[in-house]
Design a protein around this ligand. Structure first.
Ligand SMILES: Cc1cc2nc3c(=O)[nH]c(=O)nc-3n(C[C@H](O)[C@H](O)[C@H](O)COP(=O)(O)OP(=O)(O)OC[C@H]3O[C@@H](n4cnc5c(N)ncnc54)[C@H](O)[C@@H]3O)c2cc1C
Length: 394
């Protein structure tokens, strides 16, 4: 195998985090190499946000991240904020808009973000090697990276290889293997921002409800999200469900609750309308789609009129709709998960630099680390912020 030239910094993984780290290192005059094993950079940026890339969130703060060490993200997020990334986007005259809840999307295409990052890499002379497979990494004085393109050496090594989501797009367990090799602790990875599969006992009902979307509050333990839910053939999806899925640590045997009428106090409404002669089912169709009510109408009280039901029976119906319990049997897995929760334990790193405490010169950034953002641009913000921290300290 041929010896290749020496670099100051080598970054493995040309996704959002790796690109940002490469730009920052290059800008500091470091001789930087960015290695990607697929044929393209930033593929997840390209497919994100339905092709428009929800590149950050106006309200991003440490409260929007799941991590065993909840304070860890603060330093990197403060070092490079959503406003810093917005400035970069504006400097390239990329038009964007706020869709909802502070989520910023390109007006045009996510390719604009990729081109911007690529342009910045070129400006700072970052070498990019695509189709480059790393075979082995070792460290003596320097890091030695053996690949199908030869051996590269560097003083600093940044691992930005992402999580396990969307394996068909280049996701790999590379980062976890490297962490293990260097003795770093890993919080077991799991799919997150992922559609949930309901227990067999409810599967038929959900198949019939498939396609219905409803503004709801989904909650699990003390965490709740008020957004749409979507009934699917296998269970539940939609933003509120994707958000809550990230909080489930094991899936089989868990139960989530759904308030199907978050904007209404149905008990109070029933009392105000208790003399109505309509059946409960017809009455509820004012508030919920017919198909949903028809399938919930397995409860015989739904076919009785409001006047014929006692307060306790009406309240039991209200409880059923405000606190609809859904037993979960699993998820749709990494093929459908937007991100991977868990990852390399943040206790292994400096929160200011993303540098390993055990292995000098080794950094981990982005999704491979045990930091998972909410849906809504928070994951890219983590990639930009952690990439910035490592790129400026390597
Ligand atoms: C469908 C979808 C939509 C999404 N939409 C949004 C959104 O709108 N907003 C948002 O904030 N987040 C979104 N996300 C999440 C976001 O894409 C990720 O959190 C983010 O891309 C993580 O950045 P990263 O650089 O850490 O990892 P990645 O973007 O996954 O990049 C890792 C890179 O490393 C490469 N790699 C892996 N193994 C190796 C190896 N052995 N050698 C060399 N290279 C390797 C991969 O090919 C990849 O290019 C979405 C995710 C998906 C799947």
């Amino acid at each position: 195998m041929t010896k290749n030239s020496l670099y100051d910094v080598i970054i493995i993984g040309a996704g959002a985090a790796g690109l940002m780290a490469a730009i920052c290192a290059g800008k500091r005059g470091k001789k930087t190499l960015l290695i990607e094993h697929t044929t393209k950079i930033g593929e997840k940026i390209r497919i994100s946000g339905g092709g428009r890339c929800n590149f950050t969130n106006l309200h991003a703060s440490s409260n929007n991240y799941i991590c065993q060490n909840p304070h860890f993200v603060k330093s990197a997020l403060a070092g490079y904020t959503q406003h810093d990334f917005i400035k970069l986007v504006e400097s390239y005259h990329i038009a964007y808009h706020e869709k909802t809840l502070g989520q910023l999307f390109c007006d045009g295409s996510s390719k604009q973000i990729i081109n911007m990052m690529l342009n910045e890499c070129q400006q700072y002379d970052v070498d990019i090697k695509l189709n480059c497979n790393v075979i082995d990494i070792s460290k003596t004085e320097q890091f030695e990276i053996a690949s199908n393109e030869g051996v590269f050496t560097s003083d600093s090594l940044i691992i930005a290889s992402g999580g396990l989501s969307i394996p068909q797009m280049g996701a790999s367990d590379f980062g976890y293997r490297i962490a293990k090799k260097f003795g770093l602790k890993i919080i077991p990875p799991r799919p997150a921002l992922v559609p949930l599969i309901v227990a067999d006992s409810m599967r038929d009902m959900f198949t019939q409800l498939s396609g219905i979307s409803n503004l709801s509050v989904a909650w699990y333990k003390k965490t709740s999200f008020k957004e749409n839910i979507l009934f699917t053939h296998k269970g539940l999806s939609g933003p509120a469900i994707l958000q809550i899925s990230s909080y489930l640590e094991k899936f089989h045997g868990e139960e989530i609750s759904i308030n199907l009428l978050p904007e209404l106090d149905l008990k109070q409404q029933f009392m105000a309308d208790k003399n109505h002669k309509q059946t409960v089912a017809n009455y509820l169709k004012t508030y919920l789609t017919n198909r949903l009510i028809d399938h919930l109408a397995g409860n015989p009280d739904f076919n009785k009129s409001l006047t014929d039901l006692k307060k306790e029976s009406l309240f039991a119906i209200a409880d059923q709709l405000h606190n609809f319990k859904v037993p979960i049997s699993g998820t749709e897995g990494y093929k459908k998960a937007e991100v991977t929760a868990g990852g390399i334990d943040t206790n292994e790193f400096s929160s200011k630099t993303m540098a390993s405490k055990k292995v000098p010169g080794l950094f981990f950034i982005g999704e491979v680390v045990d930091v998972t953002g909410w849906l809504g641009g928070y994951n890219f913000q983590w990639a930009w912020s952690s990439g910035f921290a490592a790129g400026n300290n390597c």
